[in-house]
Every structure is written in structure tokens, then in C-alpha cells.
Design a protein around this ligand. Structure first.
Ligand SMILES: Nc1ncnc2c1ncn2[C@@H]1O[C@H](COP(=O)(O)OP(=O)(O)OP(=O)(O)O)[C@@H](O)[C@H]1O
Ligand SMILES: [Mg+2]
Length: 375
């Protein structure tokens, strides 16, 4: 069985070990030489270019993704030529565009922050006036790691984004949301097969710093049974309602009033599930491969009471991630280190570490201490 992955980032990279373990062939279409997934890159080229993607997909059993940015016409062309694409374009469009996502989830009756599509500063000012004078403005497409997200308290702060929108000439809109007063952020991760069966991992807590995921606690500590059930219900409803295939991550807010609200979706393995490589019977990367091949899904149970994943953001300046291995491995033989073979740059995700064990405090401090050695 041959799996083709479009995109050569760390998510594609982390699909390689389970593909090898299962004896699957994995091929990656990377955007550049020396990508994080270079070890499996059989092609280098532009994923927006139809001919490049068709040539790459020539001989694979399924196409899946490291990111959500492949244009819809390219995906449709693959399907027309008989190549299975998972997740498919009918689902993926809701992960590509946050305005479409908000509209569809509202149709499905799923809980969300107050939101609106705004075309100019006047519409934005109306929304802010109706929502306590503050809001979170988002570019509907192309945002990641908090880029394309801005907390604002006046419509004037959005002038540059509206100007860029006008230049774009497509008559688009920005997404504005109420500034959610959350107790914390959660994520619900589920894998779904094309035939419909799905398996969820425990709901986790995600801790963002500067809009970027810094730490994940699995399972989410002190989560009430009701909140856990609600998070899982939401994820199952999104997966079924949008027809998602493969791994789906639903980023959630736990509101101070107890409600669980949807932040956004990712239709691929997700940072909130990295803990599962070392902390669950079946990792999100293996599960994604199984799901997109429409094979029976694995057991998602944790193998320890607690897993904590800490991202390495930035990495050692002027050094490689692996340059710190001697020190980190000597100090933390019980922490699993994951390097993405990416150059250090401020704020960039260059690796992560995971600790597992019986005491949350201990597991968390071990993960934190190990990650800090790479700072
Ligand atoms: N409506 C909101 N209210 C309060 N905080 C918010 C809101 N929307 C986003 N945030 C904060 O900003 C972070 C990034 O927002 P979002 O997840 O929409 O952006 P992103 O750039 O697509 O993220 P990423 O790719 O890192 O998941 C959230 O994790 C959350 O901490
Ligand atoms: Mg996010």
C-alpha cells in the first residue's frame, strides 16, 4: 500500500515511522529540498500546480496531507482521475476557511463564540459595540501559529487588514469573534474512516504562549465528565457532519461559565496529539495512516495516567536541535525527544518532548525541564 502525503513539514515526517513499522510505502511531495520530511520526499514542487500534484499522485493508493492548503480544484482533479483523497475537498474546505467553518458549524448547531463576517471597519465597529468593545479578528485563510489572529479594541486597528483585503480584489471578508473569557483551552482529537467508524483520544488541555501551542496535558486535568463528554460529542458531530476522513482536531475553549465552544478545526494530525506517539497505544500518525487507507482503527487508550508534551519553540540559536542531545539525554533519560530537522528561528516549532508517568506534577516538570534545555 502506498500513501502519498502532500507537504513536507514535521507532520509528514512523523507519519514516516508508523508507515515503516506497518510496512507501508510513504511518499512525500515537499515544497523544498531539505524539508522536515525529506527522508520520504520522492518529489519536490509546488502543491498548487496541478501537473506537479498529478505526477506525484500517479501511482499511490491514497493522497493525504501535512497541511490544509492544497487548492480545491487540484483536489477535485485528483478525484476525477480516480485517486482517493482523504480528507476530501468537501470536508477540507471548512479547515481552509475559518468563515466557512464558522457558518457550517453554526448550521450544525455546535457551540461557538459570537462571530460575524465583516467587510469594512463600519461593520467591525458594529460588532465590537455589541460585544463589549473588544474582539478577535482573524484572516479566514492561511493563518497558522497565531499569525492572522489579532485581539482588537477598536475598528481602526484593523485598517491595514481591510486595505490588504481590498487590494486582493476578491470582495472577501474578515472573521471577527467575541474575545472568549476562557478558563483554558482544550482539544478533542478523533480519527474517522471513510466508511464512518471513528475512534477518539482523551480530551486534552492545550496551553498557548503568544498564540502558539507550548504545552499539552493529556488527559485534561480535572475535566468534569460532562465537559469531557461534550468535547467528544462536538468532535464526533464535526467529523460526521463534515464527512472528515483521517485525523480531525477540534480546538476548544472551556469558558469560565462552563460552556465548551469550538475555536477552530484541523483535518490532519495536530500538535495537540503529539503526546500520543509516546503516550497512547496508537499514535495519531499511525491512526491517520490507518484511517486514510480505510483500515480498522487502533486502540487510542493512554499507556500511562499522564502524558505531557512540550514544544521546543525557536530552538538553540546558532545550533542544531541535536547539538543539545548529549546534555538533554543525560539529564532526562525518561523523556522522549523529537527533532524535526528544522533550522532554529525565533518562535519556530523545531521539535517537541514528551514525558509520561503517574504524577502530573512530576511528568509536567520533567517535560518542561527537558524542553527548556533546547531553548
Ligand atoms: N475568540 C477568541 N477568544 C479568545 N482567544 C482566542 C480567540 N480566538 C483565538 N484565540 C487565541 O488565539 C490562539 C490562536 O487562534 P487560532 O487557533 O484561531 O489561530 P491559528 O493561527 O489558526 O492557530 P494555530 O495554527 O496555532 O492553531 C488560540 O489558541 C487562542 O489562544
Ligand atoms: Mg489554533
Amino acid at each position: 500500500m502506498k500513501v502519498g502525503v502532500i507537504g513536507g513539514g514535521q507532520l509528514a515526517r512523523m507519519m514516516v515511522p508508523p508507515a515503516i513499522a506497518l510496512g507501508l510505502e510513504i511518499r512525500v511531495l515537499a515544497e523544498a529540498e531539505h524539508s522536515s520530511a525529506a527522508i520520504a520526499a520522492t518529489a519536490v514542487g509546488d502543491y498548487r500546480d496541478l501537473d506537479t500534484v498529478l505526477a506525484f499522485a500517479e501511482d499511490v493508493d491514497v493522497i493525504t496531507f501535512d497541511h490544509e492548503h492544497v487548492p480545491e480544484p487540484v483536489l477535485r482533479a485528483l478525484i476525477e482521475r480516480g485517486v482517493p483523497v482523504h480528507p476530501g475537498p468537501d470536508a477540507l474546505r471548512y479547515a481552509q476557511d475559518k468563515l466557512l467553518m464558522r457558518a457550517r458549524l453554526t448550521e450544525l448547531g455546535l457551540p461557538a463564540p459570537a462571530w460575524a463576517a465583516v467587510h469594512d471597519t463600519a461593520e467591525l465597529a458594529d460588532f465590537l459595540a455589541a460585544n463589549g468593545g473588544r474582539g478577535v479578528l482573524k484572516t479566514p485563510r492561511g493563518g497558522y501559529d497565531g499569525k492572522g489572529v489579532r485581539v482588537i479594541s477598536s475598528a481602526a486597528e484593523a485598517e491595514d487588514w481591510f486595505a490588504a483585503l481590498a487590494e486582493d480584489g476578491r470582495g472577501g471578508a474578515l472573521l471577527v469573534e467575541e474575545l472568549v473569557e476562557f478558563r483554558r483551552e482544550l482539544a478533542a482529537l478523533v480519527a474517522r474512516r471513510p466508511s464512518g467508524a471513528s475512534v477518539a483520544w482523551p480530551t486534552v488541555e492545550t496551553i498557548q504562549r503568544g498564540g502558539v501551542c507550548a504545552e499539552v496535558l493529556a488527559p485534561a486535568p480535572d475535566l468534569s465528565d460532562e465537559a469531557d463528554a461534550e468535547a467528544r460529542r462536538i468532535a464526533a458531530r464535526v467529523a460526521d457532519g463534515l464527512g472528515v476522513t483521517g485525523v480531525l482536531a477540534v480546538e476548544l475553549f472551556e469558558h469560565v461559565d462552563g460552556r465548551i465552544l469550538v475555536n477552530e478545526l484541523a483535518m490532519r494530525p495536530h500538535n495537540s496529539g503529539h503526546w500520543s506517539i509516546d503516550g497512547a497505544v496508537t499514535s495519531q500518525f499511525e491512526q491517520h495512516l490507518r484511517a486514510v487507507l480505510d483500515l480498522p482503527l487502533g486502540d487510542s487508550s493512554p499507556i500511562a495516567p499522564w502524558s505531557v508534551m512540550a514544544n521546543v519553540l525557536g530552538g538553540p540559536a546558532g545550533e542544531a536541535f541535536t547539538d543539545r542531545y548529549a546534555e538533554a539525554m543525560a539529564a532526562h533519560p525518561d523523556v522522549k525527544l523529537h527533532g524535526y530537522d528544522k533550522t532554529s528561528r525565533p518562535g519556530r516549532k523545531v521539535g517537541h518532548v514528551t514525558a509520561i508517568g503517574a504524577s502530573l506534577d512530576d511528568v509536567r516538570s520533567r517535560a518542561r525541564a527537558a524542553a527548556d534545555l533546547f531553548g
